[in-house]
Design a protein around this ligand. Sequence first.
Ligand code: AQP
Length: 328
Amino acid sequence: MRIFSGIQPTGEKHLGNYIGAIRQYVEAQDRGEPAVFCIVDLHAITVSYDPKELRKRLHDTTAILLAAGLDPERCVLFRQSDVKEHTELSWLLGSVTAHGDLNRMHQFKDKSASQKELVSAGLFFYPVLQAADVLAYRANEVPVGEDQRQHIELMREIARRFNERFGETLVVPEHRIPEVGAKVMDLQEPDRKMSTSVGADSGRVFVLDEEKAIRKKFGSAVTDSGREIRRGEDKAGIANLIGVLSVASGKAEDEIENDFADAGYGDFKKAVADSVVEFLAPVRDAYPEIRADDAELERILATGAERARGYASQTLADVRSAMGIGPP
Ligand code: AQP
């Protein structure tokens, strides 16, 4: 089973990224043959960004992944732009991608609406590069959060169309979306996902937040005017907290509803905060030492890129040959 996923080096990683994606990566590294994880700097440049910050953020994200438990001996961890096969494959796949499909992508609609300066063509083409990321490794499984479901559907369609047009060359991947925690919601606006780029910091918990900050954010999380601790259409805030507590504590959501049947919202929020503080503590504790060594981070990324290239270059050779590109 080959596993692939990518994560952006933009901003600090939040609890949604951790629960929806990073914890799945750690679990996947011993199932994957191999498990391949990529820090997607070429995706990050499709919206406005600061070039000086990008390299720093890339090391921040690498260090978070390592602190969370990724072991470069047990998985392939690399920087997207180090493996040029991704960009080449992206262009080649563009020829079997329907313009109309790209037009339907929710992420493009949301992100283009929030761009103040330029809506780049790169932002429109983003899902094709993402398809290339995964298809270059002939991955069977892609661990992601719920917000990526549509992009995975599109990459499946791209792989199918490629195979129909040029012969069986690419693997059609499956998504792996967790049952609980696939969409962690913003603590202040619980009808919207917790996000790096949208909303206030009070609505998102960062993986590296201090204990005090985590407690404050959960303490002021928006709930509802009722009193019951249960999931329900009209209870987005409480349902979100139940999901977060379930993942952080390892208890089923039903069990949590039973345990807190007689509790008030204040005590419940405190229990969620306690559990998340404990859940994130190992990452926060391990991070500073790992982040302090830039040379070691670069060494890990370079070794990962070398290994990644081995897989991706083979796929590219097959794709080029099937498409009639280059010398016979
Ligand atoms: N709120 C979320 N709940 C569960 N999973 C989530 N993911 C993102 N938000 C949530 C998952 O995190 C992985 C890596 O995401 P990314 O860093 O590549 O960025 P993103 O998907 O664009 O989400 P962000 O970080 O919140 O940025 P914004 O909102 O600014 O775009 C992905 O697997 C994603 O599903």
